[in-house]
Design a protein around this ligand. Structure first.
Ligand code: DQA
Length: 144
């Protein structure tokens, strides 16, 4: 069974309580459940990881270097816009990386338009809520 690692960064555990205009009303647990269900329709195992600590995210990425993932999906939250530490960790991965965001980061504050992961990620999906994750999974499966 193929597996995909879905990484969730800082503040994403607060979904359901964060600005619903940008992030919707679903909780983080509901997000995980939906992603796992979507993955199972492709016979995929989804491993999910969320942390609010940058170093923990870096260490989870290090661990993934030795694991056999078909792809990595990352919504790093605000870290996307400035974490060179996470960027450098992602550079260690062999598997394709897709960046996702629930909200339309191109249509909000200027700082959100910048992604320090830009040169490393294969594709980017944003602004579609949950659908952004589904599109990323579909894209990784197209590569099968
Ligand atoms: C986000 C967008 C980021 O700018 C923000 O800091 C988040 C969530 C999104 O999914 O839309 O925490 O990554």
């Amino acid at each position: 069974m193929d597996k995909i690692l879905v990484l969730h960064g800082v503040n994403l555990n607060m979904l359901g309580k964060r600005n619903p205009e940008h992030y919707g009303l679903f909780t983080f647990e509901e997000l995980i459940e939906q992603i796992e269900q979507f993955g199972s329709s492709y016979n995929l195992k989804i491993d999910s990881f969320q942390t609010n600590y940058e170093g923990e995210m870096v260490e989870r990425i290090h661990q993934a270097v030795g694991e056999n993932y078909k792809g990595i999906i990352i919504n790093a939250g605000a870290w996307t816009h400035y974490s060179y530490a996470i960027r450098d960790a992602l550079e260690l991965l062999q598997a394709p990386i897709i960046e996702v965001h629930l909200s339309n980061i191109q249509n909000r504050e200027e700082f959100r338009k910048i992604s320090v992961f830009e040169s490393l990620v294969w594709k980017k999906y944003f602004g579609e809520g949950l659908e952004s994750y589904f599109q990323a999974i579909k894209e990784l499966m197209r590569e099968a």
